[in-house]
Write a protein that binds this ligand. Structure first.
Ligand code: NAP
Length: 265
């Protein structure tokens, strides 16, 4: 049985993950890490004063001492994720992280720390298998069609932009695409931000609207042609096969893996 502690279990992704884990026979939730409700219990989304559900800890050290989890699943916020991951690696608990907002420099730091501590971990900017394939296909196509714009679309409660998925897509594309300016050399924005964010000449546009969940289009233009790669997550269930796969896979990893494309071959 793989023992998992969940940070962010009261949240939308956390709730979905709790339900998905409960349906498995090889993964067990042992505790919840939170910044409040210390000493209480979480049962589905309900916080209880009596012993129903999993114990909530605000101290990771105390959680580890009492429950000895194998894995910390982090589905929290950009503010909390770095510290949670650092604490997990320090305590020998393998982090599986879906939270967005980690900076490239922070990921490097955590990768080095995991290596030093000889512990595996997974950061998944997107747990959806379809989205990971979309990223892989984009990098494959970028070798041939080098003028690229990314449009990522999310619900209006998302706090960070661009999305972790867009940043990861960019990183995979920049590995194979030579940096170059796109569009007209003299183009001028009449309205600030009209051309989106720029990374090595590629443009990224972030759309935030109610009704959306998580969507991304990668547009690759060539002379007289356009290739559009699009992925849509219609509900949070789309992320759960990746969450469960990561929890199982992390037990076999010896280093910090950034992106599920590295374990889906
Ligand atoms: P959410 O509903 O806001 O849930 C986040 C939860 O974390 C909230 O319950 C929040 O508590 C709690 N929290 C905040 N700080 C914490 C801390 N220090 N320790 C423990 N819990 C803490 O957000 P969501 O939609 O579930 O998304 C969670 C994260 O996953 C976001 O970063 C999102 O971008 C990311 N995400 C990733 C994927 C993927 O495939 N990788 C997919 C979807 C979303 P309060 O409510 O009290 O603030």
């Amino acid at each position: 049985m793989i023992k998992v502690a969940i940070a962010g279990a009261r949240g939308r992704m956390g709730q979905e993950a709790v339900q998905a884990i409960q349906k498995t026979t090889d993964i067990e939730i042992v505790a919840v890490l939170d910044y409040k409700h210390d000493g209480l219990y979480l049962d589905q989304e309900q916080v209880n004063t009596h012993e129903v559900g999993w114990p909530i800890y605000t101290s990771f050290d105390q959680l580890v001492a009492a429950k000895k989890p194998d894995v910390l699943l982090d589905l929290t916020t950009p503010d909390a994720v770095f510290t949670n991951m650092h604490d997990a690696i320090k305590q020998g608990v393998r982090p599986v992280v879906g939270t967005s907002g980690l900076q490239i420099e922070e990921i490097k730091q955590l990768t080095d720390f995991a290596k030093e501590q000889e512990i595996g971990g997974i950061i998944a900017p997107n747990f959806s298998i379809g989205a990971v394939l979309m990223m892989k296909f984009s990098a494959m196509a970028a070798r041939f069609l080098e003028d690229i714009e990314i449009i990522e679309l999310h619900h209006d409660q998302k706090v960070d932009a661009p999305s972790g998925t867009a940043m990861k897509t960019v990183e995979m594309i920049t590995d194979v695409r030579k940096a170059h300016q796109q569009g007209h050399p003299d183009e001028e924005e009449k309205l600030k931000g009209a051309r989106g964010a720029d990374i090595e000449g590629m443009k990224i546009h972030s759309v935030r609207l109610p009704g959306l969940l998580a969507h991304q289009e990668v547009l690759l233009g060539g002379e007289g042609e356009l290739l559009t790669l699009r992925h849509d997550s219609f509900n949070r269930g789309s992320f759960m096969s990746g969450v469960l796969m990561s929890i199982r896979q992390v037990m076999m990893q010896k280093e910090l893996i950034y992106g599920l494309e590295n374990i889906i071959e």
